[in-house]
Design a protein around this ligand. Structure first.
Ligand SMILES: *Cc1c(COP(=O)(O)O)cnc(C)c1O
Length: 365
């Protein structure tokens, strides 16, 4: 029986990547050691690090005026790092709040700067969750002038709510938490001041945060910023001011190579669209299943859905597991189910899931 892992994060990695990592686990590049057992300042590791950065730059077409940082501390680390690095305590950070992660980002930013939420996710007349557009924001001229940045989360991992167009507001730098959507398709990096992502959804193992920062935003960190969170120090030290998560960096590098071999981000994006379309069709075409996100905001990466009778949730999960479909339980704050279908999930996994869903609805619904 095939096994498919729909975990939201840490999530599955491409099988090819895992096999390569396994093959060179004990003896990497004939050094007689694992890549995780050598100095981050050794020549072979510096080559791994530089190659990973170059491959990421190629995949996302990152312009030269952006630094790429490989840091510790995951996504939540950046909730603190962003305000510390690019806002002063008296500045204002603007926030588009579209679900639980972007809400967490506001709460953390409020410790280091002033915050203002321009809009929040809401429920429309049809009972669907959506994010009000810019015409509905509350934002005064004074707030615009005081704003150091505008933060949003293009893909809310828990809620399955996506924002597909980056917000544009004067020249205010846009900061995007792309933890669960980076590398799922092409991106115009120039639309952003800072892009950050924890690795464990769509990049590699946990422990790593990738930060892409426009260089005019450096050199303005608050004086209290812990040195290891300081973007400028990190940039000036090739992300080796302190020891980086070397194994995560190496493995992420393998994932970047894998993405290139798949045909790059346009090709990956088409596959992701096809996977999501198949899953949403199955949900929409069967009264037994329901997704409560408005069409324009449905995530391509995380698909939450509920069963008509929540009393069947346990049985659904048990039978799914028995059929090789793992980790479909929804987040505790939302309930129901959630299928996370990041880059590494093959279309066969979504086909197996949708067949199982149809059979379950037919026999139990
Ligand atoms: C997972 C996630 C985070 C948190 O990442 P950690 O590495 O656990 O701190 C933040 N934002 C989004 C959108 C996420 O999906």
């Amino acid at each position: 029986m095939q096994h498919f892992n729909f975990s939201a994060g840490p999530a599955m990695l491409p099988a090819d990547v895992m096999q390569q990592a396994q093959a060179e686990f004990l003896n990497w590049q004939n050094l007689g050691s694992s890549v995780m057992e050598i100095s981050h300042r050794s020549k072979p590791f510096i080559e791994v690090a530089a190659q990973a950065e170059q491959d990421l730059r190629d995949l996302l077409a990152i312009p030269d005026n952006y630094k790429v940082l490989f840091l510790q501390g995951g996504g939540r680390g950046q909730f603190a790092s962003v305000p510390l690095n690019i806002a002063q305590p008296t500045d204002l950070s603007l926030h588009l709040q579209s679900g639980s992660w972007s809400k967490g980002a506001v709460e953390e930013a409020a410790k280091y700067t002033r915050t203002h939420v321009v809009t929040q996710d809401a429920v429309n007349a049809a009972g669907q969750r959506y994010v009000p557009d810019q015409t509905q924001w509350t934002l005064t001229d004074e707030q615009r002038q005081q704003a150091a940045y505008l933060h949003y989360c293009p893909n809310e991992t828990v809620d399955g709510i996506a924002i597909f167009e980056p917000p544009k507001c004067d020249k205010i730098p846009v900061v995007a938490d792309m933890s669960s959507t980076i590398l799922s398709g092409p991106l115009n990096v120039s639309d952003y001041g800072v892009i950050y992502a924890s690795a464990q959804k769509n990049i590699g193992p946990s422990g790593l945060a990738v930060v892409i920062v426009r260089d005019d935003l450096l050199n303005q960190a608050q004086s209290i910023t812990p040195s290891f969170l300081n973007y400028t120090l990190a940039a000036n030290n090739d992300s080796m001011y302190n020891t980086p998560p070397t194994y995560s960096w190496y493995l992420s590098g393998l994932v970047f190579k894998w993405l290139k071999a798949q045909g790059g981000l346009s090709a990956i994006s088409q596959r992701n669209e096809a996977k999501a379309a198949l899953l949403y069709q199955t949900v929409d075409n069967n009264d037994f299943y329901h997704n409560n996100v408005a069409l324009a905001h449905r995530s391509i990466m995380n698909v939450p859905f509920t069963l008509a009778d929540p009393a069947l949730d346990k049985e659904f999960l048990m039978l799914a597991e028995a059929n090789g479909l793992a980790a479909l339980k929804g987040h505790r704050s939302v309930g129901g189910m959630r299928a996370s279908i990041y880059n590494a999930m093959p279309i066969e996994g979504v086909q197996a899931l949708t067949e199982f869903m149809q059979e379950f609805a037919r026999t139990k619904g």
